[in-house]
Design a protein around this ligand. Structure first.
Ligand SMILES: Cc1cc2nc3c(=O)[nH]c(=O)nc-3n(C[C@H](O)[C@H](O)[C@H](O)COP(=O)(O)OP(=O)(O)OC[C@H]3O[C@@H](n4cnc5c(N)ncnc54)[C@H](O)[C@@H]3O)c2cc1C
Length: 321
């Protein structure tokens, strides 16, 4: 008998984790992503061959299951402990540092964590999915093609575009607000700022975080990545590149930099993080349409991983594997 066929839409950390669990249990899985590569919001921007992390700034670990995965990434050289202490700015004033959980970073960029799992899977990139509908016999239709189940592993507003709001999955993602962020990457000829790992920027009109990507990634490159406030991202939604000037000026004021960067790059994350959270780790309907991602819990890398992992196990069991 041929194995059940599952389509996973979204090759972020949630989608590839879910697909890897299903594939490991003997399910035939295909992952589709509209982007050029896997990774989603674990994203890197390459400048002159060097990657900078422009999505998630780092990740933290709380549960035992994710800790096991992180140990495997660490052993493979994909992840490393970075710091438990981050700077804080209150407006433009430096406040006392904040100690918290260990922040993990990736020497080759966080996208590598997803690419590692994706390498073992059938992943079709550059493949936008336009419609997911319930089908006859409980077999959903993905752009009209039947499969035994489909997983949408992406932000709620992106999933909502594919679904009928009258279906259980469509209703689950309709009307859920997500906040935008612009990520500005600045390449300087040399370090023109006092030693910094990263700093939360509170009560600032333009910035929410600034990180030294060379420190984070361990190669010492003079590259900064700054995240905007949601308000600034909304203001520049139609022309994100135009935010480079005001964001650069804000970073320079904050860190006391008085020389120009060699290059800048702005990436728009229209759906960076959900405004609210949920208690359930995923959705799995009787129509075979499932939802996963960091919208299922508190938005962070660990939540997305856990959501994909849990859904993969539940779905494999339902499919008799
Ligand atoms: C600026 C920023 C800062 C962050 N900082 C942190 C942090 O410091 N720590 C932390 O833990 N987390 C952080 N996060 C959150 C973290 O990045 C996410 O929780 C995690 O990456 C979400 O993974 P995911 O798989 O759920 O979704 P995503 O990574 O968004 O993956 C969804 C995928 O679906 C694809 N897709 C969407 N629509 C379609 C379609 N129609 N057809 C085909 N493919 C489609 C997309 O291309 C994408 O690849 C940050 C996120 C951002 C944006």
């Amino acid at each position: 008998m041929s194995p059940p066929r599952v389509t996973v839409v979204g090759a972020g950390i949630a989608g590839v984790t879910c697909a890897a669990v299903l594939a490991g249990r003997g399910v035939a899985v295909t992952v589709l992503d509209r982007a050029r590569g896997a990774g989603g919001r674990l994203a890197t921007h390459r400048h002159a061959g060097r990657p900078a992390d422009i999505g998630a700034a780092y990740f933290t670990v709380s549960g035992a299951d994710f800790a096991g995965q992180v140990r495997r990434w660490q052993a493979a050289g994909l992840a490393r402990e970075w710091t438990d202490t981050l700077g804080v700015f209150s407006g433009v004033d430096r406040a006392p540092d904040s100690r918290g959980p260990m922040r993990w970073a990736a020497p080759g960029g966080l996208r590598g964590l997803v690419a590692d799992a994706a390498a073992e899977l059938t992943v079709r990139t550059g493949h936008p999915v336009r419609s997911v509908r319930p089908g006859p016999g409980g077999r959903p239709l993905v752009d009209g093609e039947p499969c035994d189940a489909v997983v949408l592993a992406m932000p709620d507003p992106q999933a909502a575009r594919l679904l009928d709001p009258a279906t259980p999955a469509g209703a689950a993602v309709t009307g859920r607000a997500w906040n935008p962020v612009l990520a500005l990457t600045l390449g300087h000829p040399r370090h023109a700022w006092a030693p910094l790992r990263a700093a939360f920027v509170n009560d600032h009109p333009e910035l929410s975080l600034v990180a030294d990507d060379g420190d984070r990634r361990g190669d010492g490159a003079p590259v900064l990545v700054a995240h905007s406030t949601g308000d600034l991202a909304r203001r520049f939604d139609a022309d994100p590149a135009a935010a480079a000037g005001p964001m650069t000026a804000a970073v320079h004021r904050l860190l006391g930099i008085d020389s120009d960067p060699e290059w800048t790059h702005v990436h728009r994350w229209r759906f960076a993080a959900p405004a609210g959270s949920r208690d359930e780790p995923f959705h799995l309907g009787t129509d075979g349409i499932a939802l996963a991602g960091d919208g299922w819990g508190r938005s962070r890398v660990e939540t997305a991983w856990l959501s994909g992992d849990r859904l993969g196990r539940e779905l494999a069991g339902r499919l008799g594997h």
